[in-house]
Design a protein around this ligand. Structure first.
Ligand code: DC
Length: 216
């Protein structure tokens, strides 16, 4: 019997429904949920807290080498703690959203994130969402999904969450950076969920996973 952790990789642009669907799928399957965007946001928040200029690659890399960050799992969700603190609300501000693409473009940061995201497998079967999970973090997993929705719908969803930001600009930064840009992983199943409810989309994905898991 194969006892290796099962990794469900869910990638896609901002407001493509990744978080809502990944959480629903993790709960339904009883797997651990990992929001990798939250990990990058946590580092961006930590830099802002310390007055570190996020556009200075070497300064951000230095913070990443030195910060005291650890992963824990609480009620099926992985949390990244900084000095033992979980900045849950603090990482969702407009300032952090503006800073995070700069932090996420630093090669040493991506290296640190890759090591720690792969290490999450110690928490068991995972549903991990991000931009490069299927292409770069767990390229070996056969369970890869790329979520998308049309740009107008994604902008509407973001605004419905009470967040004002230029999604097209952030998508462009995330897609054009040199290291691990947002892209569709080889073998990923593309799920356009425009006009669908999270219940419909997550049910579709779970059905595909269950089909793929038969005979594992
Ligand atoms: O999903 P999110 O909006 O919380 O992600 C925050 C930022 O982090 C986003 O600008 C892209 C970046 N990110 C990334 O580069 N790679 C990931 N695996 C997850 C997020």
């Amino acid at each position: 019997m194969n006892t290796a952790p099962i990794i469900i990789a869910i990638d896609g642009p901002s407001a493509s429904g990744k978080s809502t669907n990944a959480r629903l799928i993790a709960r339904k399957l009883g797997y651990t949920y990992v929001d990798t965007g939250a990990m990058y946001r946590t580092l961006a928040w930590h830099c802002l807290q310390r007055g570190v200029p996020v556009r200075e690659e070497s300064a951000v890399a230095q913070v990443c080498r030195e910060w005291r960050a650890e992963l824990v799992c609480v009620e099926g969700h992985v949390r990244l703690l900084v000095d033992g603190y979980f900045p849950e609300a603090e990482i969702r501000t407009a300032e952090v959203s503006a800073a995070v693409p700069h932090v996420a473009a630093v090669p040493e940061v991506r290296h640190w994130m890759k090591l720690h995201q792969r290490d999450c497998a110690r928490f068991g079967h995972l549903v991990m969402e991000g931009r490069d999970i299927g292409s770069n973090i767990f390229p070996e997993t056969p369970y890869k999904f790329y979520l998308d929705a049309n740009p107008a719908e994604r902008q509407r969803r973001r605004e419905a969450d009470g967040v004002q930001e230029n999604l097209a600009a952030r998508d462009q930064k995330d897609s054009q950076r040199a290291v691990a840009p947002l892209k569709i992983a080889e073998g990923a199943r593309i799920i356009d969920n425009s006009g669908e409810s999270p219940e419909q989309t997550s049910a579709r994905i779970i059905a595909e996973i269950q089909r793929a898991l038969v005979g594992r």
